[in-house]
Design a protein around this ligand. Structure first.
Ligand code: GSH
Length: 84
């Protein structure tokens, strides 16, 4: 499962979501600007304040740059394939 914390005006969020869509991955999106609790949850889980923050199978990937790096190196699929 891929989870992404995002907000409305956020070029890095758009770029990350575009990568996921282009590779055919589905994701659950949490819009932190619509719910303050979701922002707190993101802080708790990631200890970061910038958006997006991305999790794959509950593992923290990081932001947009981290997602691209992951795809270039071991691949997004490798985290999806990992047993929890
Ligand atoms: N290197 C980060 C950059 C993320 C970033 O700067 N995101 C902007 C929004 S597009 C942000 O969160 N800025 C600070 C803020 O809005 O509080 C990444 O790749 O995710």
């Amino acid at each position: 499962m891929i989870e992404i914390y995002s907000k409305k005006i956020c070029p890095f969020c758009d770029k990350a979501k575009l990568l996921l869509k282009s590779k055919g991955y589905e994701y659950v999106e949490y819009k932190v600007d619509e719910d303050q609790e979701l922002f707190k949850q993101m802080l708790d889980r990631s200890d970061r304040r910038t958006l997006p923050q991305i999790f794959i199978n509950n593992q923290h990937v990081g932001g947009c740059d981290d997602l691209f790096l992951l795809e270039e190196t071991q691949g997004i699929q490798s985290l999806l394939d990992k047993e929890l």
